[in-house]
Write a protein that binds this ligand. Structure first.
Ligand code: SER
Length: 319
């Protein structure tokens, strides 16, 4: 098989996607890449890793050509809160790199996975049962890059036949790698703080409802979408997918079932709150369910039990 390239491999999704792809297709077929080098001690002779700045055309072309890449999971991007802080850098990274990846996919006949987001919606979008096809007028730079990315992927698929596919991810919860600079980061931080201190100060209001998903479901969704028969896909580049929708208060209540002494309080971050208030509360993911049989396995209760168990083991001091 032609190889698979993952960009942003040291990020929150990449750190779990790369091992899952190596398990599924064999380590010899997966090339991980990131703008950062692999941390010392994590090198493995069987695993391929490239330091890659995906805003540099020459570097991208070189890696794709040299490794005979046939599919790219393009994960390198800035998340919503960081993008609001640095909108120019967010446009450069999120858009320039996607454009280059699509151009390389066109020239080298590669498939491409693009992660869109609930951030692709805005305050004029219906917030409950948010339809697959609806108003998309986001008010954040992150959202602007996600809508533009969805459209650019659609354009390359239609105009040049590039096999581009993508998902609108909700907040992703995982115990492996922390997210950085997202509006939904609270849903991961709360677990670290619960285990360490039995207390968490949340930057979003208690009733801020947002879609969420546990990382094992997200990894499976990406792989299942990329393996789906293309003739089944109408919404190639922007499938709504969700597994649960929760508020900070509900997540804290669920954690309390395992840790009765856990306490949550609130210190609202106005930037993150404004972003969250412009996003859907609950997406309708029926297009993904019907076109490629998407079905999540983790609800709030199953995710919370697994997160607490796995993260407690990870944070346990070495003896
Ligand atoms: N988790 C992302 C963020 O908060 C949403 O796609 O930015």
């Amino acid at each position: 098989m032609r190889k698979i390239l993952v960009t942003g491999a040291l990020g929150q999704i990449g750190q779990e996607l790369v091992p899952a792809l190596r398990d599924r297709y064999g380590a010899a077929n997966i090339v991980a890449s990131d703008i950062r080098s692999l941390p010392a001690g994590e090198e493995n002779a069987d695993d391929m890793f490239e330091v890659l700045d995906c805003t540099k055309a020459q570097q991208v072309e070189d890696v794709v050509d040299r490794h005979d890449i046939g599919c790219v999971y393009h994960l390198a991007a800035l998340l919503s809160a960081t993008a609001e802080d640095k909108p120019q850098a967010a446009w450069r990274l999120n858009m320039d790199s996607l454009y280059l990846m699509l151009e390389v996919a066109r020239q080298f006949d590669c498939a491409l996975f693009f992660p869109s987001s609930i951030g692709a919606f805005g305050p004029t979008t219906p917030r409950n049962e948010t339809p697959q096809d609806t108003i998309q007028r986001p008010t954040t730079m992150y959202g602007v890059t996600k809508v533009a990315g969805e459209l650019l992927c659609d354009y390359y698929a239609k105009r040049f036949g590039v096999d581009a596919r993508g998902l609108r991810f909700p907040g992703l919860i995982s115990y492996v790698a922390p997210p950085g600079g997202g509006t939904t980061d609270y849903s991961v931080e709360i677990f670290y703080q619960a285990i360490r201190d039995r207390r968490y100060t949340c930057p979003l209001k208690p009733d801020t409802r947002l879609d969420m998903m546990y990382m094992p479901d997200a990894i499976r969704a990406m792989i299942e979408l990329m393996e789906a028969d293309p003739s089944d896909l109408t919404h190639r580049n922007a499938f709504n997918v969700t597994a649960m929708n929760v508020t900070p208060e509900e997540l804290a209540t669920e954690i309390c079932k395992h840790m009765p002494d856990f306490v949550i309080d609130y210190d609202i971050d106005p930037v993150r709150q404004a972003i969250a208030d412009s996003w859907p509360r609950a997406m309708d993911d029926s297009a993904a369910r019907s076109e490629w049989h998407w079905a999540p396995r983790y609800d709030l209760s199953a995710m919370t039990s697994d997160m607490l168990e796995k993260l407690s083991a990870k944070l346990k001091p070495a003896k």
